[in-house]
Structures are given as structure tokens and as C-alpha cells.
Design a binder for this molecule. Structure first.
Ligand SMILES: *Cc1c(COP(=O)(O)O)cnc(C)c1O
Length: 388
């Protein structure tokens, strides 16, 4: 890699984050402690929800959101195949069965009409994923859930800043899971957060994420003397550290200015790529706010001479890192073999899988780098049209 390689999804880390981490390291308390609590409170306030519980990943959040609601082997959970592996893997971690429902080609989000068709007596929950930062049709999904008595857990790994019909993402469903993985809109290196208004859910998630210890395990000494902790559930080791939380506290207030910058880049890409043999992202739906996590181009592979993978390599050779979000999960070895999927079982997810490429989109990249991306895509795709 050359010095001026544009790394896809490289995070912004400023002096403030470095100082905060150093301060935590010197404080004598680097595990889960007061800084995690402070981060949880700040995040709950930002989202506008009563409780935010920090864990060490969004995957852990998804897993515990199901574990604490008693999902069991044999239960079915409906989700999209066009997502990161963590969404479906976490369903399997509780022993349940992921049931994929195809996406809409324009929004790339789960298609509510097809959710209804997939519901059986075993269906217990729906996990919509706000793909690329675009809020799902939550009115339709919430209504289906009410009618069929299903739990909704939102995978909002891409959608920290999202709004849907006047409501902040994170306040709509019983539980919403966010990610602070390095490439996400904000990072704690590794980390995740569950938001809920249900005190019982918050208490359980906290406990299950720390070996299933009773939630008052911290207060060992009280007026009544020494108190032993109790294991109330064979829980998991999912707690966030104060080191991670100290990064998150610095990042949270920067979300707005980063969004402004990503919107600038987004607009430029939209303008520059409109006449190339590819599709730019669809406009956001009315009365929603798209969190603009990923700028996805769909290459019109039927009209050009190169494949999506060849475009990735050509950009890489110009020092431009890109991503693929995603190859649909039903095409991956485990899911394909285990559930006997054919490529066309989810035609829209399959169609997107062959064409999708995510371009650098981050507050971290400079104008001259954006120009390099634009020029690169332009030069590679110009003259690639198949003759008719
Ligand atoms: C990143 C991501 C996750 C997992 O987040 P981690 O914090 O890395 O565990 C889950 N779902 C989606 C859609 C993601 O993009």
C-alpha cells in the first residue's frame, strides 16, 4: 500500500480521543466502570431513550437482545439476507433459525410485504436492518409485528443518525442495536449499544453481558456489610471497557459535523456519477433521515465490459479502497449449504450482490481524495460500454 492509499472506512481519531484514552489508562480503572456509565448516559440522551447499555460489539447486542427475551431453539427470526454476517449469526447463536426475506431493489431494505409471507407459527421476531443508513419502513414492520405478536429488534449498525417519521432511530422498537466498529459512523474501536425504554430489558442485558451476575454485583460494601455477587444466568463476557467508552464520549458530539461532510461528498458523487453506466443511491424516502453510512454504486454489469470485482481491482491499483456491502448471506457457504439456498431464492439481494460497490465516504477524506475517487471511477468506466 502506498502512503496516499485511500483506506476504505478509516476512522477519524483526533487528539481528544488520544488524550481521553491516555487519561483512562492512567486512571487505574481501565475495565467497565464510570466511563462506560458516562458514555451510556450520553448515548441515551443523544438517541432520546431511557436506557442505553454498552457492550463490546453490536453482534453481542443482537445476541443478547434475543437471549434476554427467551428466544429458543426452533424459533424463527425474520431478517434480510443483504446484511453483515453478524445479523444472521446472532440468531443462530441463540439456537433460532434465520428466515431470510428479500429486499426491495431501490431501498435495499427488507420488503415488508414479503415479511408477511414468511411468517409461520414458529416466528418470534423480526430484525430489520437499516441498510447503508436508510431507515426501513418501520410503520409497516411495526404493524406486522403487532398483528402477529412478534418482537422487533432493529439492527441500526449503519444508522446512528437516522430518523423515521419524526422519530429517532433507537426509539421506535423495543430494542435497537448500534455498532461502534472501526468503519461505522462513530467508533470505540470495538463496541455496541442496545437502546430500550424497558428497564427490565436494560437490567437483563447488563447482567447477561457480564457473566449473568446479579446487577448489584458492584456494590460489595454497604451498611449491611460485604455482599457476594450471585450468578443468576450463565451469561456472556460482552462488557465494554472504559478505554473504549472514552473514545466514544469524544466521538458522539462530532456526529453532526461528520454528517455535514459526508453529505457534501455524497452530493458530489451523485452529480459526478449520474451519467455513468451505474446507479447512484435512490433518494431517501419522504420524512426520513438517511444516516449516509455507505455510498453504494450499483454497476450496470449488463451494459459494461467489466465486472464489479474488476472495478474494485482497478480502483485499488489507483490507491482507492472500496467495500462490498454485501454479498447476500444466502450465497455464503454456511448459509447456502445449511439451508439449501439457490442464488435466485432472493432475486433482489442476489442482483445487488453482483453489482454493489461502496466508495470511500468519511469525514476523514480530503477534497483532493474525493476528486481522485471521482476521476478513478470516471476513467475506469468511461469507454467500458458494451457496443449494441
Ligand atoms: C457492523 C455490523 C454489525 C456488527 O457490528 P459489530 O459491532 O462489528 O459487532 C451488525 N450488523 C450490521 C448491518 C453491521 O454492518
Amino acid at each position: 500500500m502506498t502512503d496516499n492509499y485511500i483506506v476504505f472506512g478509516s476512522p477519524y481519531i483526533g487528539d481528544e480521543e488520544i488524550e481521553a484514552v491516555t487519561k483512562t489508562l492512567r486512571s487505574g480503572w481501565i475495565g467497565s466502570g464510570p466511563t462506560v456509565k458516562q458514555f451510556e448516559e450520553a448515548f441515551a440522551e443523544y438517541i432520546g431513550v431511557k436506557y442505553a447499555v454498552a457492550l463490546n460489539s453490536c453482534t453481542a447486542c443482537l445476541h443478547l437482545s434475543m437471549a434476554c427475551c427467551g428466544l429458543q431453539p426452533g424459533d424463527e427470526v425474520i431478517t434480510t439476507p443483504l446484511t453483515f454476517a453478524a445479523t444472521a449469526n446472532s440468531i443462530i447463536h441463540v439456537g433460532a433459525i434465520p428466515v431470510f426475506v428479500d429486499v426491495n431493489r431501490q431501498t435495499m431494505n427488507i420488503d415488508p410485504e414479503k415479511i408477511v409471507e414468511a411468517i409461520t407459527h414458529q416466528t418470534k421476531a423480526i430484525i430489520p436492518v437499516h441498510f447503508a443508513g436508510r431507515p426501513c419502513d418501520m410503520d409497516a414492520i411495526s404493524q406486522i409485528a403487532r398483528e402477529h405478536n412478534l418482537l422487533v429488534i432493529e439492527d441500526a449498525a449503519h444508522c446512528i443518525e437516522g430518523w423515521y417519521h419524526g422519530r429517532k432511530i433507537g426509539t421506535i422498537s423495543p430494542m435497537t442495536c448500534f455498532s461502534f466498529y472501526v468503519t461505522k459512523n462513530m467508533t470505540t474501536a470495538e463496541g455496541g449499544m442496545i437502546c430500550t425504554n424497558d428497564s427490565e430489558v436494560a437490567r437483563k442485558v447488563k447482567s447477561y453481558g457480564l457473566h449473568g451476575l446479579s446487577s448489584d454485583a458492584w456494590q460489595r460494601f454497604s451498611d449491611k456489610g460485604y455482599k457476594h455477587y450471585e450468578v443468576i444466568f450463565p451469561g456472556f463476557k460482552y462488557n465494554m471497557t472504559d478505554i473504549a467508552a472514552s473514545i466514544g464520549i469524544c466521538q458522539l458530539p462530532l456526529l453532526t459535523s461528520w454528517m455535514d461532510r459526508r453529505e457534501e461528498i455524497w452530493k458530489k458523487y451523485d452529480e459526478e456519477f449520474s451519467d455513468l453506466p451505474c446507479w447512484v443511491p435512490a433518494e431517501p424516502e419522504a420524512n426520513t433521515f438517511h444516516a449516509k453510512h455507505l455510498y453504494i454504486l450499483l454497476l450496470d454489469i449488463d451494459s459494461v465490459k467489466i465486472t464489479r470485482d474488476q472495478l474494485i481491482v482497478a480502483l485499488h491499483k489507483r490507491g482507492i479502497g472500496t467495500g462490498v456491502h454485501y454479498r447476500s448471506l444466502h450465497l455464503h457457504k454456511y448459509y447456502k449449504e445449511h439451508f439449501n439456498f439457490q442464488a435466485n431464492d432472493f432475486p433482489n439481494a442476489n442482483w445487488i450482490s453482483d453489482r454493489t460497490i461502496s466508495l470511500p465516504l468519511s469525514a476523514n477524506i480530503a477534497n483532493h481524495e474525493v476528486d481522485r475517487v471521482v476521476d478513478g471511477v470516471y476513467e475506469i468506466l468511461t469507454g467500458q460500454q458494451k457496443s449494441v
